[in-house]
Structure formats: structure tokens, C-alpha cells
Design a protein around this ligand. Structure first.
Ligand code: FAQ
Length: 319
């Protein structure tokens, strides 16, 4: 038997690495970029974090459409700050994806080509200013419900990004609710605008949580890896329970005749979601998919010269 070489450490074998990874998860510690991780874990995280980042960036468009038509300087300043926050969330998330070895330009290309998804919710139009309030209340509300548990996600950079994102989303939700409260104290026409916006956004908001658990191919493995902490249906239920009393205070009706409180379970029962619509929207055939992607493509192509100039400048300075 030859003596082990002192200057060439032997690489730990795959089983030892897997054991260490499993032990880190079992102890509820975080996996960090320097750590070994199974390829499936890395790929799943890149998929989810990239989809999340794309959602933040595409999610700037529905509200961004109202920046020039905000009804007062105050509303314009608030909306501008919110849309800028969403850009910031996208940047944290793309950075988190880069720590996993992804390339940001490549992720943007995949979004534009349609090989990576973004949230279904941003494929619906914002028809009136009440939609801005309802996005804050329901869409940010659903995002918070989904993302607060992700602050405990097993991948360190993603979990840490979520802490700041959630703090900002809470602020976004309050501004939406405050806007709706103001409109509900206004004229009959304003109240009708709020109700109409709630009618259009309620069901798509419930779809944000993803397909039902028995039709969700990724949930079981993502939960085993601690990437997700709750199933899609658990979070959807939590969101419904949270929203019903808020709707009552606001004075709007949620558009679901089957919605009722079930004293036996302590939860609200709700009607069937239109999963065919969900599938159409995520396959690219929602009301605004083509517009959303065309704008993102134009932003990439029209600004390519800025990237080229910045790269040339950095290279010149590096040299
Ligand atoms: N839309 O097996 P699952 C925001 C896809 S941020 C489109 O259940 P998973 C902030 C899914 O990717 C909103 N696609 O998947 C804001 C998978 O397809 P793939 C975004 C969806 O990953 C507010 C397939 O269906 N939030 O709103 C959707 O375990 C206001 C099978 O599904 C996040 O991304 C959907 N709704 O669970 C900005 C949070 N649902 O990739 C502006 C992080 C599912 O295999 C204004 N993500 N799919 O081709 C997650 O928690 C999870 O990824 C889920 C989906 C829960 C979204």
C-alpha cells in the first residue's frame, strides 16, 4: 500500500458529499454557493429563482402602464417607487441565480424565447387605476404569502434575498389597500371600478400559487430539499383565509358564490379554479403574453449598445 500523497488531497467521494448535503438540510442549516450540491437541486433552484426574477421584471409592466396617468403627484411618486422596487427584486434574484452558476444574459434570452416561465398573473391587463390598488392588495398579498416561507428556503442567497423582498412587498400591499380604501370612500363610480378590478384579479391571484398539489410535478422534491416549505394548495388556502376578512373591511365582494367559512376546519371553502385558463396562460396564450415579451425583447435589443459600451469600458480599465 502506498502512502497517501501529502501535497495532493484526495477529493471526497460523491457519497460523502451527498451525506454532508443531507446533514446540512437535516440540521436546517443553509446550503451556500461554495458547498457541494446535487445537480438536481442546483437545476431546480435556477429554474425557480429565474422564474421568480423574470416575474419581478415582467411584473413592472402592468403597473408601469399607469405611471404617466397616475391621478396625482403623490400617487405617481408612490407607484414609481413600487415599480423601482420590483426592478430591485429582479436584480437580487438574478444575482442569487448567478451564485448557482447561471448567466444573467442567458436567463433573459430564455425568458424571451419562452423556455423559462414567469408568473401567469402578469399576463392580464390593467384597465383602470383601481387595478393598481388591486395588484398591491391581492397580487403583492399572494406574493407575500408565498414568499415569507421562502425566507427559510434551504439555499442561503435565495433565503436572504427573500427577507428584504418580503419587507418591501408588505409595504406594497399596504399602499394597494390604502389606495382601494380611498376609492371606496369616493363616488359610486369609483366603488364600481374597485369591484370590477377585484372581479377580474381574484381568480388569477389564486392561480399564482401554481397547479393543485396532485398536479404539481415539482412540489414533493422541492419540499424534500427545503427549497419550498409549503405546498401550492396550503399557501392558496392561507391566502383565501387572509383575504376574506380584508375584503369585508374594504366592502367588496369576492367573485366566488361557493366561498364560505367552514367552522369544522376553520378555513374558507372556495370554488374550482379554471385550470384550463391557467394552462393556456402559462403556455403563452394569455391576454397580454405577446405584449409583455415583445417589450422585454425590445428592452434587450434596443439597449444592447449600452451593455457593449460598458463591457468595452470595463475591459479597457481592466487592461
Ligand atoms: N405562473 O410543479 P409546480 C410577484 C409552473 S413574484 C407561471 O407547482 P413549482 C412580485 C412551474 O414553474 C410572483 N408558471 O412548480 C410582484 C412549473 O413549470 P416548469 C412569482 C407557473 O416551481 C408583485 C409548472 O408550472 N413568484 O408577484 C405558475 O414547484 C406585484 C408546474 O408547477 C415566485 O416565483 C404560475 N403561477 O411551484 C411583482 C415565487 N405556477 O418550471 C410585481 C417563487 C406554476 O417546470 C407586482 N416560486 N408554474 O416549466 C414558487 O414558489 C414556485 O415556483 C411556484 C410554482 C409556487 C410558483
Amino acid at each position: 500500500m502506498s502512502a497517501p500523497s501529502l501535497d495532493r488531497p484526495t477529493a471526497p467521494d460523491e457519497k460523502a458529499l451527498q451525506d454532508q448535503f443531507d446533514a446540512t438540510l437535516a440540521a436546517d442549516h443553509r446550503i451556500e454557493p461554495r458547498d457541494w450540491m446535487p445537480e438536481g437541486y442546483r437545476k431546480t433552484l435556477i429554474r425557480q429563482v429565474a422564474q421568480h426574477a423574470h416575474s419581478e421584471i415582467i411584473g413592472m409592466q402592468p403597473e408601469g402602464d399607469w405611471l404617466l396617468a397616475a391621478p396625482s403627484l403623490r400617487r405617481k411618486a408612490v407607484l414609481l417607487a413600487k415599480v423601482q422596487d420590483e426592478a430591485g427584486h429582479g436584480l437580487y434574484l438574478y444575482s442569487a441565480a448567478e451564485t448557482l452558476g447561471a448567466d444573467r444574459a442567458d436567463l433573459t434570452d430564455k425568458l424571451i424565447e419562452g423556455t423559462q416561465k414567469y408568473s401567469s398573473i402578469f399576463n392580464y391587463p390593467t384597465l383602470t387605476y383601481a387595478d393598481v390598488g388591486v395588484i398591491g392588495w391581492l397580487v403583492d398579498g399572494a406574493a407575500i404569502c408565498n414568499q415569507v416561507p421562502l425566507c427559510r428556503s434551504s439555499y442561503g442567497p435565495y433565503a436572504r434575498a427573500m427577507i428584504r423582498v418580503c419587507k418591501e412587498e408588505s409595504f406594497h400591499q399596504r399602499q394597494g389597500y390604502e389606495l382601494l380604501m380611498t376609492m371606496m370612500r369616493g363616488t359610486d363610480e369609483q366603488r364600481a371600478m374597485v369591484q370590477d378590478a377585484v372581479d377580474r384579479w381574484w381568480w388569477p391571484s389564486l392561480m399564482m400559487f401554481g397547479p393543485p398539489d396532485d398536479d404539481s410535478p415539482n412540489t414533493a422534491q422541492s419540499m424534500a430539499w427545503g427549497i419550498k416549505r409549503h405546498t401550492n394548495d396550503e399557501l392558496r388556502q392561507r391566502f383565501v383565509d387572509m383575504s376574506v376578512p380584508q375584503a369585508e373591511v374594504l366592502g367588496v365582494t369576492l367573485p366566488d358564490p361557493e366561498l364560505c367559512y367552514d367552522a369544522a376546519t376553520g378555513h374558507h371553502r372556495f370554488g374550482q379554479l379554471d385550470w384550463d385558463e391557467f394552462k393556456r396562460v402559462i403556455a403563452g396564450d394569455g391576454p397580454m403574453n405577446a405584449v409583455r415579451i415583445a417589450r422585454r425583447r425590445a428592452a434587450r435589443d434596443d439597449n444592447a449598445w449600452v451593455v457593449e459600451a460598458a463591457t468595452a469600458y470595463a475591459e479597457k480599465h481592466g487592461a
